[in-house]
Design a protein around this ligand. Structure first.
Ligand code: FAD
Length: 377
């Protein structure tokens, strides 16, 4: 009998995973708590674009999606540092080599993956299904839907439901997993730089950084010639700017070149939410030979290396490889997946934290410019 697999979460990892598992001839149901993003309006203020590097592109290449995704990508060949005063400073990521990271729309990427999953044989996608109960030993799941609660029974459950994973929460409650979530004392908020007379307001070939010591702002280009800026500030400092005059004054003093480029600054600032940042450490990532966590659900990291989604994509490739290496035996493939991935994900979690200090502080220093330079972010 064909094994039935439930993937909880049709974000980046879940929808990619459905494409990979479909190629194995499995019956896959992808459950997503949100409405179909291809027809519904997207949430405001949640990382509109992502830097995708070779690690992520490798996974897309394997399912034949890389050309479609890269057609909308904007290559960023280095960082552009914006001091409070004085000239901009372009720092290439790899001097002498034509290498870049790619600014890609999160929505377009997710939609391309959902289209591919929807077309794959044996895959069903159910939107407006929020996992609310889960018996990991029995493989039974209960979802809240607009029509009431529905139950499903499957052979394998894969939790790709993000940093606040409901699958992880249930495994935690059952004593099958332990976790530690280290929240950073920083939050983020998105702001926008619209196109100016149909052109980019800043150089689209760079990732822009405004390093300010204990805080920073970054900006990545979008295909519609706008930029999405993200400020990373100590958590308490967002509420301190509560009136339009105070907000404008703060940006004039600290990010003066942004003001003429961001006509919607005050509205964005007052209406876009403050996102939390943290690192999820969970152990183990799998239980009972039939349940596993992957992507942010297993190991969410802070975004300063631009590697969370890339890492989630690598998880999918590795899980598929483990199924190859165990002839499709989930009870052996899931522990093998964790064994092969854990060391790498722990390393990138540490590097991502360290890169925050580099980006907000050291990239502005002349000593750093002469010395070692890390490749991303
Ligand atoms: P998610 O993308 O969070 O998807 C989880 C899905 O599960 C969602 O669709 C959610 O609606 C669904 N879900 C949640 N709970 C339930 C439930 N109970 N039932 C059903 N469905 C559920 N990564 C990069 O590689 N490059 C970058 O440049 C980058 N920039 C970032 C910038 C910011 C500000 C942030 C916050 C993150 C950034 N990341 C970046 C990280 C990246 O966004 C994540 O690592 C990536 O989205 C993880 O994918 P995922 O599929 O595991 O989780």
């Amino acid at each position: 009998m064909t094994e039935r697999v439930a993937i909880v979460g049709a974000g980046l990892a879940g929808s990619l995973l459905a494409c990979f598992l479909a190629r194995r001839g499995l019956t896959v149901t992808l459950y997503e708590r949100r409405a179909d993003p291809r027809v519904a309006e997207v949430e405001r203020g949640r990382s509109i674009n992502l830097a995708i590097s070779e690690r992520g592109l490798d996974a897309l290449r394997r399912i034949g999606l890389v050309d479609q995704v890269m057609a909308g990508a904007l290559p960023m060949k280095g960082r552009m540092i914006h001091p409070v005063e004085g000239p901009l400073d372009f720092q290439p990521y790899s001097a002498g080599r034509d290498r870049a990271i790619n600014s890609i729309s999160r929505g377009a990427l997710n939609n391309a993956l959902l289209d591919a999953a929807a077309e794959a044989p044996g895959v069903e996608i159910l939107f407006d299904h929020r996992l609310v109960e889960f018996d990991s030993q029995a493989g039974s799941l209960i979802f809240a839907t607009p029509a009431g609660k529905v139950e499903a029974r499957v052979d394998v459950v894969l939790g790709a439901d993000g940093a606040g994973s409901a699958v992880r929460e249930q495994l935690l409650a059952d004593g099958a997993v332990v976790e530690e979530v280290d929240f950073l004392d920083y939050g983020y908020k998105e702001l926008s730089i619209p196109a100016v007379a149909g052109e980019f307001g800043l150089d689209p070939g760079a990732l822009h950084i405004w390093p300010r010591g204990n805080s920073m702002m970054i900006a990545l280009p979008n295909p519609d010639r706008s930029f999405t800026c993200t400020v990373f500030w100590p958590t308490g400092s967002f509420d301190a700017l509560s009136t339009p005059a105070v907000i404008e004054e703060h940006f004039r003093a600290n990010y003066p070149d942004l003001l003429p480029l961001a006509p919607n600054l005050i509205d964005d600032y007052l209406h876009n939410p403050v996102g939390l940042l943290g690192t999820v450490h969970a152990q183990p990532w799998q239980a009972h030979g039939r349940t596993a966590l992957l992507g942010d659900a297993a190991h969410a990291i802070v975004p300063f290396y631009g590697q969370g989604a890339n890492c989630a994509f690598e998880d999918v490739v590795e899980l598929d490889r483990c199924l190859d290496d165990t002839a499709g035996a989930w009870a052996r493939a899931l522990p093998l997946f964790e064994h092969r991935r854990r060391e790498n994900t722990e390393a990138i979690a540490e590097m991502a934290l360290a890169n925050f200090v580099e980006m907000r502080d050291k990239v502005a220093s002349p000593v750093f410019r002469l010395g070692k330079r890390i490749e991303h972010g």
